[in-house]
Design a protein around this ligand. Structure first.
Ligand code: DX5
Ligand code: ZN
Length: 226
């Protein structure tokens, strides 16, 4: 039996602000919006769950009136619960939290949904797929880390490709067609391989903001050069 090729028409591209010029944050966001971005990915780091610090809800609030792009917020913080409402109020449309960030992830996902925000479950490279099995029914999407979180500009971890395929199969078994995002080291070549494995949301920092033409870089991730 041959399986149908993946449908590339619904691929979402979410540039990660982490790689932008922060001194010109609003202009950078406007440029990726004009360039065809679907969502803006915002990486929140606490210097504890990951060994780096980034920014908080203040920046979301400042950017919210400057763009119509949905805010795709990736919380690399522990604990998450005390901050969920603040990110929702600051304008998040999606909030991803990590399965590794605490013992009560199911409750945290419920809280995100109760705030009227789509809830994503993020999974680190070292964590086996079974860890998220019990929350796939409640999560609106899955974020597969294809680098160890904390920094932009890292190399894509190849062994995450079969992991993406396993998560896609787990979703299909449950009758779910949820988006799977991939985050870290995504360029046109790795995007294509992730799409083939079952991913549908391409998050790109360096490959977009270090490119001379954001529109071209966004289009290459979306096509996975397909
Ligand atoms: C890593 C972040 C990513 C990062 C991706 O901790 O979650 O979103 O910004 O950056 P690149 O595309 O440069 O790997
Ligand atoms: Zn991220």
């Amino acid at each position: 039996m041959t399986s149908a090729p993946p449908d590339r028409s619904g691929i979402i591209v979410a540039p990660s602000l982490l790689a932008a010029d922060f001194s010109r944050a609003a202009e950078e966001v406007a440029a990726i919006e004009v360039g065809g971005a679907d969502w803006l990915h915002l990486d929140i780091m606490d210097g504890h769950f990951v060994p780096n610090l980034s920014f908080g809800p203040q920046l979301l609030r400042a950017l919210r009136p400057r763009t119509t792009l949905p805010f795709d917020v990736h919380l690399m913080i522990a604990p998450v619960d005390p901050y969920l409402a603040a990110f929702a109020e600051a304008g998040a449309q999606h909030i991803h939290l990590h399965i590794e960030a605490g013992p009560h992830t199911h409750r945290s996902l419920q809280t995100v949904k109760s705030l009227g925000v789509a809830a994503g479950i993020a999974i680190n490279p070292a964590t086996p797929v079974e860890a998220i099995a019990e929350v796939l029914e409640i999560a609106d999407m899955v974020l597969v880390m294809t680098v160890n979180p904390g920094f932009g500009g890292q190399k894509f971890i190849e062994t995450m490709l079969p992991k993406i395929a396993r998560i896609r199969a787990m979703l299909t078994e449950r009758g779910r067609d949820s988006p799977i995002g991939v985050d870290g080291g995504i360029d046109s070549l790795t995007a294509r391989r992730c799409i083939d494995a079952g991913a549908t949301v391409m998050i790109g920092g360096t490959s977009i903001f270090a490119a001379p033409d954001y529109g071209h870089a966004i289009a290459s991730l979306r096509a996975g050069a397909g």
